[in-house]
Design a protein around this ligand. Structure first.
Ligand SMILES: O=P(O)(O)OC[C@H]1O[C@H](O)[C@H](O)[C@@H](O)[C@@H]1O
Length: 283
């Protein structure tokens, strides 16, 4: 059995290296096959759906069956939530997590050399603009940059919310949470804080450091970095049924990402650039 549904393209790979396109389940997919990693982006949402460093198991989880409606977001990989994260502050009829996941992005650039693959995507929606720069090798690095050309300040938030593939959620421990619980306290660094996911979780934490996802099932440690001003978004549905997650599949992922977010939204001034970065690699 495949450990990721998109590995199929590399098992039968006749593809041109390092880049090739395929049409799959009504989406355009950019396949990346490089000596350091294999990866798949969807043009819809500029979503990195698969990433596998050479010699390792996949880092990302992705649903196997995608929605028939091609504008509906695929669950898995690293969704880009933009220009709002979660529910829209003013109205529930707006799509959860913003427009970016539904839209077709423009590929600006894709090139590779010995040490990396670089892919850049852009989405322009009237006066709003967002760019995603990805650098892939043994680890992955993503940066989002957004600005708008409205006349006034606007409410804004964005996030990169990865579904990390794990051997078994019941054997996961997350390290680094102590930085949050201990913020502002003396002797904070001595608190041996770890967090064991149990049940549903939905939280944004603010802390300057990295988190480490220790996966006892696959016996590996994933270090997750973000820019200092970002929050760490942590999400799992627990036993609640969720679209595109087959029974038992929720045991195979945990979402830990980066969010430029504050309750009520951030303020983005006209022309101001706001950046969000996320990097991850096995230790
Ligand atoms: O189901 P989705 O729109 O992909 O969102 C998945 C989850 O993402 C976020 O972390 C939100 O805080 C949750 O409320 C949401 O359920």
């Amino acid at each position: 059995m495949l450990e990721h549904p998109l590995q199929r393209f590399f098992h039968s790979m006749r593809a041109k290296r390092p880049f090739d396109w395929v049409r799959f389940q009504r989406r355009d997919l950019l396949l990346i096959d490089h000596p350091l990693c294999q990866a798949v982006f969807s043009r819809q949402g500029a979503q990195l759906l698969h990433f596998q460093p050479q010699g390792e198991r996949p880092l990302l989880w992705c649903a196997g069956e995608w929605p028939a409606l091609s504008s509906a977001p695929v669950r898995g990989g690293i969704p880009v939530c933009w220009p709002w994260f979660g529910s829209h502050p003013n109205g529930s009829e707006w799509p959860q997590q913003g427009w970016a996941r539904q839209r077709e992005w423009r590929l600006l650039d894709a090139y590779a050399d010995e040490s990396k693959v670089v892919v850049s995507w852009q989405l322009d929606l009237e006066d709003w603009h967002v760019r995603l720069d990805a650098r892939l090798g043994q680890r992955l690095e993503l940066e989002l940059c957004s600005y708008h050309e409205e006349d006034d300040d606007c409410l804004f938030s964005f996030a990169l919310q990865p579904y990390w593939r794990v051997g078994a959620l019941s054997r996961v421990v997350v390290h680094g949470m102590e930085l949050e619980s201990a913020r502002g306290q003396r002797g904070a660094s001595r608190i041996p804080g770890t967090w064991i996911p149990r049940g549903a979780v939905k939280q944004v934490l603010y802390h300057p450091g990295s988190l480490v996802l220790e996966d006892g099932g696959w016996n590996r440690r994933l270090r997750i970095d973000k820019n200092v001003s970002a929050g760490s978004v942590i999400w799992h549905p627990g036993s609640r049924p969720v679209e595109q997650v087959e029974p038992g599949e929720a045991e195979r992922f945990l979402c830990i990402g980066a969010a430029g977010y504050r309750p009520g939204g951030l303020i983005l001034a006209p022309g101001e650039r706001m950046r969000l970065s996320l990097a991850a690699g096995l230790q």
